[in-house]
Design a protein around this ligand. Structure first.
Ligand code: HEM
Length: 211
């Protein structure tokens, strides 16, 4: 599957990467404004959730900071040019990413403890850790193709923070958060993200017949 990514014509591949990162960036910006900024400014629909967030601040601060670092590290870590020119920084940032995923995952589980979302969050956290540890081990073993694949999966889980909040402003979606829908929703977003990444990694094999 990574062979597809590696063998694709270079210009087409880098154009695809540029469009992908711009789309992900714009989506993250949209979610930041419609979820986080409105949460801070006490948007009426989020009022009850805001009180819960304030009560959870001791866990939420390390959770959000580590999640944010993992989210922001992505574009840099996936950049081929950056890796070629700054391999040492790539390695250091990679380790920081792994630590952030562990902190983010365990604080995420602690935040969900005692709530209906716990099973979903635990599965999401497990997927986050498994993909990230696999990415770390393959990097250490110099299995670079597999390392990229596992990092793409790990980052897909990191990005569920954004994808699962895209519909937040839609009252019908929001009003169901906190009940069983939230628990199932988190699992669905995680699975869908991982499937999308694997479809992308296998795109050439899925669309080209072998001669
Ligand atoms: C990019 C990575 C992430 C960032 C930046 C991040 C940040 C945040 C922030 C700012 C909040 C509180 C405000 C809000 O809900 O919007 C939050 C809540 C939460 N996050 Fe994360 N998060 C990330 C990924 C994850 C992951 C992968 C998990 C699962 C392990 C997780 C589990 C939770 C839970 C359970 C809550 C509390 C939700 C609730 O109270 O209903 N987060 N996160």
């Amino acid at each position: 599957m990574a062979s597809s990514t590696l063998l694709a014509p270079r210009s087409g591949r880098s154009r695809f990467k540029t469009v992908l990162w711009i789309s992900l960036g714009l989506t993250a910006l949209f979610v930041f404004v419609t979820s986080e900024v409105l949460l801070v400014t006490d948007y009426p629909m989020y009022h009850a959730y805001r009180l819960q967030v304030i009560a959870d601040r001791e866990l939420l601060i390390p959770h959000s900071l580590s999640g944010l670092i993992a989210l922001l590290a992505g574009p840099l870590q996936f950049s081929s040019r950056f890796r070629q020119h700054h391999l040492q920084i790539h390695r250091v940032l990679g380790r920081v990413y792994v630590i952030c995923v562990f902190v983010g995952a365990f604080t995420g589980i602690a935040l969900a403890a005692g709530r209906p979302g716990l099973p979903g969050t635990s599965m999401q956290a497990a997927a986050w850790i498994v993909c990230t540890v696999a990415a770390f081990l393959t990097a250490r073993n110099r299995q670079i193709i597999q390392h990229r694949q596992w990092m793409a999966r790990s980052y897909a889980v990191t990005f569920t923070f954004v994808s699962s909040r895209v519909l937040n402003l839609w009252p019908r979606y929001w009003s169901h958060l906190g009940d069983t829908f939230a628990a199932v929703g988190v699992i669905a977003f995680t699975l869908a993200s991982l499937l999308l990444v694997d479809l992308g990694l296998n795109w050439r094999e899925l669309t080209t017949r072998r001669a």
